[in-house]
Design a protein around this ligand. Structure first.
Ligand SMILES: O=P(O)(O)O[C@H]1O[C@H](CO)[C@@H](O)[C@H]1O
Ligand SMILES: O=c1cc[nH]c(=O)[nH]1
Length: 245
C-alpha cells in the first residue's frame, strides 16, 4: 500500500516507530540506527528506517501541532505500525523539573481541537502501560531527572488574549505542556495500537515562553540525546517482551 501524505510504501515500514516533531531530530535519531536509510521527505514528514540492536524501527517526523501529526500517526498505523513512541520537547510546570529533565507521559489532557473532532468529551488520552514502563525504565538508566506524569496537549504556542490554562492544570497535577501527545494517545486507542511518549523539558511553559524561551541550549540538546537513547532502548525492551527476539 502507498501512503500518499508520508509518501512511503507500507511494505517498507516495520511495526515499531519513533515519531518526533522536528525533521532534523528524525535525522539525528536515524544516525543511531544500523543500516539507516531515508525513505521520503514530504512536507514536514521525514521518514527513515533502520535497526536498533537488530530490531527494525521507523523514525518519522510529524511536524508541529495535532492536526498535521494526526495524519502521520494514521498513515503509520495504516502501514502496519503497532507501537508508536513520541520523542518530543515540552515546557515544564514546575521548578522541580527544570530544563533538561525528562518526562514520560502517562496520559495527556485534551485541550487540543483535533481530538474533539475524533472522540466525545471525557474520553481519556492514555499511554499504553507497557510502553510507558519501558520508556521510564530506559530513561532512568540514562541518568538525570526522569519523571512519569500527566502532560497537557495544547494547540496554542504563543498566547493570544485568552489566558493559558497552565495554572489550573498544574494545580491538578499535570507536569508539562506540549502539542501532540493527546492526538497520539487517542488515535492509538481508536485504531487499537499502543503508544507512549517521552519529552525533554526545554524551559518553563509560562515564564520562558513570554520572556526568554530558548530551546537551543546545551542542556536541552543533552536531554534530547538521553531521551533518544531511552526511546531506542525501550523499543529493544518491548521487542523482547513481545517475543520478537
Ligand atoms: O519538539 P517537538 O517534538 O516538535 O514537540 C514540541 O515542540 C513543538 C513546539 O516548539 C511542538 O511540536 C511541541 O509539541
Ligand atoms: O509546546 C511546547 C514545546 C516546548 N516547550 C513549550 O513550552 N511548549
Amino acid at each position: 500500500m502507498f501512503l500518499p501524505i508520508l509518501q512511503i510504501h507500507s511494505e517498507d515500514i516495520p511495526s515499531y516507530a519513533l515519531v518526533c516533531g522536528d525533521p532534523m531530530r528524525a535525522e539525528l535519531i536515524s544516525r543511531k540506527l544500523e543500516e539507516a536509510r531515508e525513505l521520503s521527505f514530504s512536507r514536514e514528514y521525514r521518514t527513515f528506517v533502520g535497526r536498533i540492536s537488530g530490531v527494525p524501527v521507523a523514525v518519522v517526523s510529524h511536524g508541529v501541532g495535532s492536526a498535521g501529526a494526526a495524519i502521520c500517526f494514521e498513515e503509520l498505523i495504516r502501514a502496519g505500525v503497532t507501537t508508536l513512541i513520541r520523542v518530543g520537547t515540552a515546557g515544564s510546570y514546575s521548578e522541580e523539573n527544570p530544563a533538561g529533565s525528562l518526562i514520560v507521559s502517562t496520559a495527556a489532557v485534551r485541550t487540543d481541537g483535533l481530538t474533539r473532532q475524533l472522540v466525545p468529551d471525557g474520553f481519556p488520552a492514555v499511554g499504553d502501560s507497557r510502553v510507558v514502563e519501558a520508556l521510564y525504565e530506559a530513561a532512568s538508566e540514562q541518568g538525570g531527572i526522569v519523571r512519569k506524569g500527566i502532560t497537557v496537549t495544547l494547540d496554542v504556542f504563543f498566547q493570544g488574549v485568552v489566558d493559558f490554562p497552565h495554572k489550573q492544570f498544574k494545580q491538578a497535577g499535570a507536569v508539562a505542556v506540549e502539542m501532540e501527545i493527546a492526538a497520539l494517545y487517542v488515535i492509538a486507542s481508536l485504531r487499537g495500537v499502543r503508544a507512549g511518549a517521552i519529552v525533554a523539558l526545554d524551559g518553563y511553559a509560562d515564564a520562558d515562553l513570554a520572556e526568554v524561551y530558548d530551546p537551543n541550549t546545551d542542556v536541552v540538546a543533552q536531554a534530547v540525546e538521553r531521551e533518544i537513547q531511552a526511546a531506542l532502548q525501550a523499543v529493544v525492551k518491548l521487542s523482547i517482551l513481545d517475543g520478537n527476539r
